[in-house]
Design a protein around this ligand. Sequence first.
Ligand code: ADP
Ligand code: MG
Length: 371
Amino acid sequence: MASVSLINIEKRYGAQVVIPKLNVEIADGSFVVLVGPSGCGKTTTLNMIAGLEPITAGQLLIGARDVTDLPPKNRDIAMVFQSYALFPHMNVFDNIAFGMKIRRLSRSEIDTRVRNVASRLRIDAFLDRRPKALSGGQRQRVALARAMVRRPGVFLMDEPLSNLDAKLRIEARSFLTKMHHEVRTTTVYVTHDQSEAMTMGDTIVVMKDGLIQQAAAPLEVYNEPANMFVAGFIGSPAMNFLELSKADTKLVDREHELEFPVSDRLRAVLDKYRKAKVVLGLRPDALRPAPRNAEPAGAPRFSVDVAQHLGHETLLDASRGPHRLVARVSGTDDSKIGETRAFLLDLDNMHLFDPDSGANLASGGTGPNAR
Ligand SMILES: Nc1ncnc2c1ncn2[C@@H]1O[C@H](COP(=O)(O)OP(=O)(O)O)[C@@H](O)[C@H]1O
Ligand SMILES: [Mg+2]
């Protein structure tokens, strides 16, 4: 096993800068997820770690070794891709054994390793089948077995679950997490799916335009997003943003008769803030309709535009003037479309952002690379 250090890594394609400067420290045995929208540079980063793309500038260490200019085969890594890229004419056993045969391991060693990994991954019953006789989930496990059997220092995975249907994806997610708890091989996992990142990573690195927006444990990223980009990207449905004016200890939009109190903690933050406009961030779970016969005076009122009934919960799309929001409420909520309702707020679940930089005001500073 090994740690991975990306030190001032830069990637250019001709004049196009894809990764301006990346610094990431991946601890030995950890599961780090690179997450961000399509085109933000995740695959490029992973391919540079793998040695499949040259590094324009900077230094890459795996363990204590500088591997910046080493070919992939000398980096002690194994990669799993989105397309499993299995050999169609070989059975499962030979697909898994392929790399070891190339490296001329003994027949008995190969046999032991293949059967061991196959039973762990629950594909030992299919060793003599060709890939076309397997389901997507089984093929995905064969690709994983082929990587694991090499016992690399580092696993690199690029959207390995995105070809699976939704149900299999969730199964495979917990399966991979369980495997990692067992073998503890350092893993760098790339996905555009924030729920995969949240559920699988020890650390998640949120990227946008080749820049790291935040790198922290999943719940820290969720509860203390560094900026509006992270706040809007992590969490589903996304955080609501309302641009309001600061009025003493409250946030208001007088024209549309909206007023929001803030918690003591945020009041202290707001006191130090000098601009007139501020963005209030509210997760969909931070607001719910007040009972119709007990609407508190001054509670913000929104009109319900759409009610999406999901059974155990309902998503209300609501608006007032230019402001739109989504509230995640109980499945028994009976709000009618077109009805105006007063909303109760969870004051501890509010965030404040600078409308210009996007930085989270509570985390201080200007926010890394905020928009
Ligand atoms: N071979 C290439 N030549 C030029 N630009 C590239 C090449 N490969 C990727 N890019 C660009 O680099 C950026 C990051 O791509 P990529 O790493 O594939 O993103 P992601 O995996 O996050 O979706 C994109 O803007 C993409 O167009
Ligand atoms: Mg990609």
